[in-house]
Design a protein around this ligand. Sequence first.
Ligand code: CA
Length: 632
Amino acid sequence: MTAARPALRIHGATHVGSVREANEDAMIVDEQVGLFAVFDGMGGAMAGDVASQKARDVVKEYVRARRGQMDPRAMLDAALNAASAAVHGEAQVRRDRRGMGTTAVVCLLLDDRRALIAHVGDSRAYLLRGGRLNQLTRDHTVVAELLAQNAITPEEAEVHAYRSVLSRNLGAKPDTRVDITEIELTRGDRLLLCSDGLYGFASTEAVQQLLGSTDAPEQVARDLIELALRGGGGDNVTVVVLEAGAAAVPRTTQLMRTSGSVSWWARRERFFEAARAAGVAQNPICAVLSPAEAIEIVAGNFVEALFHDLEKATTVNVWTYAENLAHGWLDRGGAWAPLRLILDILHHACGQVVADVRRDDADLALLIEAAVTRELTVCEMAVGGVLGEQLRAVDAALLKLYAERQVASEARAPGDGARPFVEQPTMPFLRNDRAPEPAGPEVRPVLDAALRVAVGRGGDAALHDLLTRLHRLAVDASPPAAVTVQARELFGVRQLEERAIAPVFDALDRARRALVDAISAGTAPPSAKVAAVRQLASASHGLAASMAGLVVEAAQPGAHKLREVVRETAALRAKVGKTEARVAELERRFATVYDPLAGKIAMDQAIADVGPSRPSAPGILARRRPGRETQR
Ligand code: CA
């Protein structure tokens, strides 16, 4: 009934996943009618697939029978309500199907330029336009509804106990409320319908990368499924990819996919040589690997991932590589610096390869350089994302700790109101756009006295300089800009090498410890001491983060875009540092306040004790090989 649409290319794919035994997803790919849909069933033993298949059949029949005779919007609404009634009816008949239901996300093409998107539940529709992925549907989950009403914050939503509980589905009741929107399609647009088995196990960025590749929808659908499986494949996964006319592929992209990728691969030995010379094997991340394994795993997988990315005009493989590398190291308590160094080595080795290509073909070298810069930017973003995850985990631990302490506090001193450390340990203090809280009047004398004591204990000029700076920043509760100015003064015109930079960080740490010791040994009331340590921690972390940012910035004279991302990463790193210090501080206070045996406050020791532990498990990388799982 609908004319063929030569401009459109569509493909749907579904997979049971790596964990589930049955596939409870269902889909419609009906090019003749212009109807596409994904259903994600739920319910007891085997009822989920009954629900999703029933809904699929009803919707398909309904639309086939009435297309052209009904207003399309009313027709979709009625079709989904008919499906809900049918699923609900079946659920009433058999006890083992009680409570079954299904989501639905449906796309109905009105003509070559317009489509209706209808949905119920948390299966989603996304539109990729101009390389950007936009979510067209809002999940019908309890948490999403609470969020829309501003009843909870996005941070609370992420950890909410009901985050996957649907607020609407087909089958719970005979009728349902359907959200329907109309969209315009332009040439090059790609529309994606999917179940939560995709977006629950793949990052939005990776989905965007794959959907934005120049491959045909069939290949993209396969790659998306593969992506979800790589992410754990914890659920059934279903995708329908619809392309509104292939986007014109620039000639340069075509060239990169052929000559560029071949040229890159041909020079992999050059890359290894440069990486070897730059000391990959000596990096702490490779401590458990032989030099040959270090090259194979760290450099080899990067080269391979980049090759596949060039070939497919995506960046998803390098993204996965960087995420794995960062997780493998940071999740086990690894420090930031070695990771930073590895990224720098990869950057350097890329430069050597590009220089090598340039000797033969300057034009191609330029193209490869642009592509590689993009890949390195993606590495920075992926690592930044991992740091962000850690930040959220630390924040969750902080909240838990705070809640436990609050409970203990109430049990201990019911109603006496004397809770010296009550505060709001929620996200606001993590926002870097917020200036630090000014210290109360009782804090200044504590900090002044600590400075006098610390200076009186001697030390070199660098230490004294930092004692003074830290004291000033802590007293003034300086805004980020002032901290940056201080960092720039400290950083000065140093050479970018370990010997020039490391002493500044060492001195900063010594100054912080000296001041904390002095505060701890002083006679001020505990509440004033804690407030003073907090001001100091904030000043010290701000300064360290700012300086680290300057180092990273100066060490990365790459593209503007790259520097921008590096700055963002530095900001994230600063946040992680702050939060870690905060957790340490709270834990220390918890122990101080509630352990009657704890006499003198060994503040700095306590802070050191709860700091990030060193990785101890061998085979960090061996067990989690980065980039191995490249395309197929
Ligand atoms: Ca699912």
